[in-house]
Design a protein around this ligand. Sequence first.
Ligand SMILES: Cc1cc2nc3c(=O)[nH]c(=O)nc-3n(C[C@H](O)[C@H](O)[C@H](O)COP(=O)(O)OP(=O)(O)OC[C@H]3O[C@@H](n4cnc5c(N)ncnc54)[C@H](O)[C@@H]3O)c2cc1C
Length: 494
Amino acid sequence: MAWLRVLARLSRPSSKFPFSPPPPSFSTAAASFPATQPPSPVAGYIAGLGPTVQARRSRAWWCWIWWAGCRLMKSIDTNIYDVVCVSTEESHGVHPTACFNLRRNPRVSFRCGAHWSDSACISHAPGSYFFLARCAALDPESHTVHCETVTDGTISLEPWKFQVSYDKLVIALGAEASTFGINGVKEHATFLREVHHAQEIRRKLLLNLMLSDVPGISEEEKRRLLHCVVIGGGPTGVEFSGELSDFIISDVHERYTHVKEYIHVTLIEANEILSSFDVRLRQYATKQLTKSGVRLVRGVVKDVQPENIILNDGTKVPYGLLVWSTGVGPSQFTRSLELPKSPGGRIGVDEWLRVPSIQDTFAIGDCSGFLESTQKTVLPALAQVAERQGKYLARLLNQIGKAGGGYANQAKNIDFGDQFVYKHLGSMATVGRYKALVDLRQSKEAKGLSLAGFVSWFIWRSAYLTRVVSWRNRFYVAINWLTTLVFGRDISRI
Ligand SMILES: Cc1cc2nc3c(=O)[nH]c(=O)nc-3n(C[C@H](O)[C@H](O)[C@H](O)COP(=O)(O)OP(=O)(O)OC[C@H]3O[C@@H](n4cnc5c(N)ncnc54)[C@H](O)[C@@H]3O)c2cc1C
């Protein structure tokens, strides 16, 4: 059974993060919290992890993490840095297909379509921690971050406030769904960003299916309950609509025969759908979506009421499920930071992804953008940008650490070497029914490969599988896809 043990070892995410035992001079006890917490200089905050001393490893700290943070973590040299991660989410990164692939077994559920980061792989190393908490404030002068634990509203605990000192700070906070200030969006729509959003969509949809089957429900109410409206025709909105109509055709039609004529999907977009793809691929996507029953509507949402959407031209659209996917913008926390910003309000960075106005601070992923002074364009909010930035920064931090600049305020005279350069690898989007678009060109005008159909779908799925964090999770995802193909989706409410 040696092969089984090797497989099990490979599947453990810890193999990805080669934390080594601490050097002899470093006592494990010193890395853990003191038994009596010293008072913090900031009222209400416990002084958690204090400043590092030069005899031990420097502390790289980042407020988290998914694409950008995870990629950084994978390549950071833990012989140089102790790693402290703080995030409001333990698992993250939902794909539109996640809502329909969730299964009853929660271990399997979240891995199917939803990426998964194992906090355990960080916190088992002495001196390295994962904190499920929200970063509430930064104090660059004293190199400290103030955090509050996340209690999810389900536990009647007051958030525990603590602070962490750092040598290097990496901000990778991501972005927030944009609502453009439209009334009622936050209250009535479901976003498509986190795993809990996928769960909420699934729950709502299945509840509406069951309610619509109950005797005495009027025709009009049935139609409303089973009208699924998606706002935003970018890749996420299109992928979600395609997957939803797939789910309806292959699973709902079979198991909810009484109401199958009532369920519909409408995708509302202000301009063209998939505007970042070329005309040929856009036309293909439009044809495929229409073929699978998605109604495409050109319109701008003006107001969202509990049961109706009002468009700019006054049209009233009744809905039972409303999914909002109109792009992302800087989060409230990013907006609150008094730092120079890039065009669009992200945290401004220079060519080496540093936040130039403060020492030892970097920003990567959706929360960051090049400062105007760099004369570089702000990169799109994409996983491939975040991932490449994470990889680049890990290399840069390792290089700084090896040159003796790993501690706070020690990197001033160090040569940072090559700047970060982004090369776009292309875009992909699935449109349902085993069809997808793949555009591997640098831009719409450039030459290169662009295709649509089953082969693209296969490329798309394979690419996703390679991005899943560990072999165990890849295995879970592949098995889930297979069982879905053979037995259909699990449509019971979790
Ligand atoms: C449904 C969907 C589909 C997508 N599909 C694609 C695709 O096909 N291809 C592609 O390239 N990109 C895609 N993207 C975009 C891609 O997911 C993002 O660009 C990428 O996740 C950005 O990585 P990040 O590390 O900057 O931020 P995120 O991955 O968003 O991670 C940020 C983390 O910070 C945490 N956080 C936020 N505030 C705080 C705080 N105050 N304290 C502590 N933690 C905090 C959040 O909980 C989150 O876990 C998709 C996005 C969505 C939502």
